[in-house]
Design a protein around this ligand. Sequence first.
Ligand SMILES: *Cc1c(COP(=O)(O)O)cnc(C)c1O
Length: 338
Amino acid sequence: MAYITLDKQHFFNNLDIIAKQTKSRDKIALVLKDNAYGHGLCEMASLAKEYGLTKAVVQLESEAVQIKDFFEYILILADTPKSPSEKFYYTVNELQMIEKFPQSTQIELKVNTGMNRNGIEMDELEDALVMIKKCNLQLRAIFTHHGCADEENGFYEMQKKNFEHLKLKAEVLLRELEMPQVVFHSSNSAALFREQDCDGDMARVGIAAYGLLELPFVTEAKKLQAVLALYASKLSTRKVKRGSCIGYGASVTMQEDALVSNYDFGYGAGFLRGCSNSYITPEGVNLVGRISMDNASFVSDLDELLIFNDASQLAKYVETISYEVLTSLKPHLKRKII
Ligand SMILES: *Cc1c(COP(=O)(O)O)cnc(C)c1O
């Protein structure tokens, strides 16, 4: 059976590097949405707890419920309370959402500082705070998200400036409205690593923890190590003669005789089909033919074949990002912590 290995040493090493950036473990909120970027939600949650993290970020309440015992604080990015807990905090993604939360729900207010995806507009801040007070919601934080933290095009600085401005305004408004002060956070992995000092009260760290942050202009990020590797098991081996074709569509013709094996990892489990015909594993093994639903053929007769141990390398074959490679990996794949 194809399986995933999770390298605990690499993960802990990454968290050490991240903690150096945040200056404290307590400021790290590990982003565990989408099955912990394909790594396995509960596996990564338990490792995070073992390391000493207390904060997590997920997309849905159902994810938060699964990892409730591992953390003290869980930020839910896009859901409403169905089985709330004192550990859960729900994101306000637009003004109209505020009135829909039940009284005393713990919330965090997301503000659009230029990415134009989620969050209230900056000029809606006062209205939002008034509504939050009126609806008797418990506001813990105000936060924003960067759209260009991994690029050098000026957008990052523009959003950062907007958020700084917003913070000052929020502190004044909260005082005027006699509401408790809140915490502020804005950094994702790329923002955290491009700054010398993490100015926020918390950083929401995903891809860096998994060891796949690609920031060409930041050296600390280069020390991060990929946590996840994927292995497939051999289903059958055959001698294929020069001139023969392999797989659906007979898309490849062998240029020489070769020993070809079929392995149990296909697009049904998350092997991006765009890798067909061209992919070469980190150990230099050639994939031949099209990737099928549960199979892919390689010029190899190894019983267990390393398919990839650095999602960013595989991502290059299909011009995508490691996030997509990782989140394509299906939950049914076995995960082993090594
Ligand atoms: C996914 C996500 C993150 C994590 O981003 P990385 O680039 O993986 O660090 C942080 N904040 C929000 C709001 C997100 O949706």
